[in-house]
Design a protein around this ligand. Structure first.
Ligand SMILES: Cc1ncc(C[n+]2csc(CCOP(=O)(O)OP(=O)(O)O)c2C)c(N)n1
Ligand SMILES: [Mg+2]
Length: 427
């Protein structure tokens, strides 16, 4: 078989075989191409008039087209091919990842699904309790709840490995819970009591957990992005194969320092996954009103950073799609940008009257896209747990949360001499 036909055969296989390729080419070209014709290319080679379309499929699948030189038409170089199609999307390798694939339903074992469910529920019940205690005047200062977004952190937590690093902004209680901090310590921090994770001196926005590489908890919008990039630099330097998950919001995505960090991460090919938790709003402005271009997963394109949009309300999809990406970058480091489409049910902070959106919008999302309900439905559908067990789990978690809050409330404020400690490193 001549070399170019051999290469074309490999390409057709890479694209999932003749049947799959036919369907894609139909969509791309609007032509009613026959399956048999495509199968015949395995023996006869891909005709010139279909080479551009096939190249587009390769690019869409993030397959490095430069390995398949025989696919390029004479005089048509890779760069021309891309601009000829005016396909910035393809050029950048950015794409939207599906969440409704059947395979995703089977990607997690029974134990994993139950663990995921419990983690999300724990976060939700924790945050609900915080909201309640705040309204009672027992917690002061700024306080941002994560209710509605649980699917993002939990899906990622399920694929993280020991040694991986996490960093986020001020909406950080959930990350503390998922990283394994005892609830009592998080409550203590919120009350400003001793035994809090920052000894009661950091509060809601400044929480850290050294034992599991959670680097905080940051109040300056976007500031965690260069910090996360620096952490991933350290990991690459040490060659330890750890990934740094750097979370930020749809508001933070317009901060200048984010792009300075992107440049360095791409230049040095750092093992960092940037996760934009696009909950549709900043402090009171929708992403449409604040962002000139709101396909946020494409914001890394000019640095050559691959971007993917995922459904952050579907934690199984978050897990399934990111796991693959993550495994790849452990072996061959490069920065990746993820836009997780999600939603926060509560106000931006506890003092937000929420006038910029309707009650119906919130209600609609809660009813139809809730990440916890979604996993609960899957668990019941697969008969992994019964309705009775669902109730039991909820009761158990509620009790744990209440007990932790009660103990934390009993603790005292730190001594005034604590004002002068934890200021400089190495004290
Ligand atoms: C540099 C900076 N500018 C402004 C603020 C005030 N501020 C706090 S949160 C916020 C909105 C950020 O929204 P987003 O990034 O979408 O995160 P979300 O709150 O939705 O999680 C703003 C403007 C700040 N903390 N830091
Ligand atoms: Mg936001």
């Amino acid at each position: 078989m001549d070399a170019s036909i051999k290469e074309h055969k490999t390409i057709i296989n890479l694209l999932g075989g003749g049947k799959k390729l036919t369907a894609r080419l139909k969509l791309l070209s609007n032509e009613n191409i026959n399956e048999k014709t495509v199968y015949s290319w395995v023996r006869q080679g891909i005709p010139d008039r279909w080479k551009v379309a096939v190249s587009r499929c390769l690019l869409e699948d993030n397959i490095d087209i430069s390995n398949y030189k025989k696919l390029l038409l004479p005089g048509l170089q890779l760069d021309n091919l891309i601009s000829a199609n005016n396909s910035v999307k393809i050029f950048s390798h950015s794409k939207v990842l599906k969440s409704d694939d059947k395979y995703l339903h089977n990607i997690m074992s029974k134990d994993e699904l139950i663990k995921l469910y419990k983690m999300m529920l724990k976060i939700r019940r924790f945050e609900e309790k915080v909201g309640q205690l705040y309204s009672m005047g027992l917690i002061g200062g700024f306080c941002h709840l994560y209710i509605g977004q649980e699917g993002v952190i939990s899906g990622i937590e399920m694929l993280a490995k020991d040694g991986d690093c996490f960093i986020t902004g001020y909406r950080c209680h959930a990350h503390m819970v998922s990283r394994g901090e005892p609830l009592q310590n998080i409550f203590s921090e919120l009350f400003g009591n001793e035994g809090g994770t920052s000894n009661g001196k950091g509060g809601s926005m400044h929480m850290f957990r050294k034992e599991s590489n959670f680097f905080g908890g940051h109040g300056i919008v976007g500031a965690q992005v260069p910090l996360g990039t620096g952490i991933s630099f350290a990991n690459k330097y040490k060659n330890n194969k750890f990934v740094t998950f750097t979370f930020f919001g749809d508001g933070a995505v317009n901060q200048g320092q984010v792009y300075e960090a992107f440049n360095m991460a791409a230049l040095w090919q750092l093992p960092v996954i940037y996760i934009i938790e696009n909950n549709q709003y900043g402090m009171g402005t929708s992403v449409e009103r604040a962002s000139a271009m709101n396909e946020l997963f494409r914001r890394g394109e000019s640095f050559g950073i691959k971007g993917y949009e995922i459904d952050g309300m579907d934690p199984v999809s978050v897990y399934g799609n990111l796991k693959e990406i993550c495994d790849k970058i452990r072996e061959k480091p490069e920065p990746i940008l993820i836009e997780a489409k999600t939603y926060r049910y509560r106000g931006h902070s506890m003092s937000d009257p929420g006038k910029y959106r309707t009650r119906e919008e919130v209600q609609e999302t809660r009813e139809n896209r809730d990440p916890i309900e979604r996993v609960r439905a899957l668990l019941l559908l697969k008969k992994y747990i019964s309705e009775e067990e669902v109730k039991e789990i909820d009761k158990e978690i509620r009790e744990k949360v209440s007990k932790a809050a009660d103990i934390a409330r009993e603790m005292s404020n730190p001594d005034h001499t604590e004002l002068y400690t934890d200021i400089y490193a190495g004290e």
